[in-house]
Write a new protein. Structure first.
Length: 118
């Protein structure tokens, strides 16, 4: 097993065991409604596993990160990459994605991490 596969499997196991269920949602450009003649926004949602924690002092060195924000780690399995302005609903709270990056090992996606705001 390669290092990338091992890292991806370990990340998935940890998120399955310690993460929580969440729903990642994105509003797309929409679908045409022939009755109104307008595009109607469409929300696409995906279930995922996520770990959410308070931001650290290191995170707040970036001037766009606030003390009230949270950071997240998300499984890559079965989920499209989170993008700015997506929402993440977990444990009764809906967060807005402020930033997200894909973490790779040897070119293989292992997990997503980023910053959330309420």
């Amino acid at each position: 097993m390669s290092l990338a596969n091992s890292a991806a499997n370990t990340a998935e196991k940890l998120l399955t065991k310690y993460g929580e269920r969440a729903v990642l949602s994105r509003v797309t450009g929409g679908a045409y409604d022939p009755e109104t003649g307008e595009n109607v926004p469409v929300t696409v949602s995906q279930n995922c596993k996520v770990y959410i924690a308070p931001v650290s002092a290191e995170d707040m060195k970036d001037t766009t990160v606030l003390r009230t924000d949270s950071r997240f780690i998300m499984s890559v399995k079965g989920v499209n990459s989170p993008q700015v302005n997506d929402t993440l609903a977990a444990d009764g709270i809906t967060y807005n994605v402020k930033s997200a990056v894909k973490i790779k090992v040897s070119g293989q996606s292992v997990l997503y991490k980023g910053i959330l705001s309420v």
